[in-house]
Write a new protein. Sequence first.
Length: 219
Amino acid sequence: MDFIKRHLNHFYIGVILICAALSLILCVSFVTKKGQTPEPAKTVTEKPEKEKKDRVLISTSSEMIREGLSDMGVLITQEYYFTQVETYTKEKKIFYFIPTTSGFVYSYDGSVMAGVDFTKVRVETDEDRQVITVALPPSEIQFVRIDRDTFQIYSEKDSLWNPMGLEDYNISMTEFENTAREKALASGILDRSDAQAKNLVTKFIGSLPNASEYRIEFK
């Protein structure tokens, strides 16, 4: 019995010594690590993904451009204002050989409108050259507007044998419109209208996303 107790005592002492040794090792390791300056953590910098150029594929939206321009319809891009004085003369022969003349001098204010029919526009794109080609129809005189409230007669000669009537005033109005149209054309109204139409198209396409990457050509 004493033999067993003696061996148990030796066993307990051994366990205590082992525990003490482990405790000493842990303490020394803790103090050593505490005294060392910790290395800064390495920042992992992710390589940014290669930036992709976000570009609208104009080739797939050419129809959208055409439809956007077509929605403008017939657009008045230039106006020519005028105050015009004209002379209307009516001649007639009495008994087939005696001439008589009637007429009057009159004036009107008005304007000549020129514009482009955008429903006829065509749009094509070249992705390789980055070019947008716009085919615009030529400008045309759309209408002549006359302010009838401004009508004035300066002098009138009405022959008894050749009186002036409503038909004569209507004829004079047609002649007046034709003269106003010719003067507007002579002033270069169609050239100015074409230039203004191109400017409007350039601004419209330029308002589209990333359209600045493309050059616009007209034909």
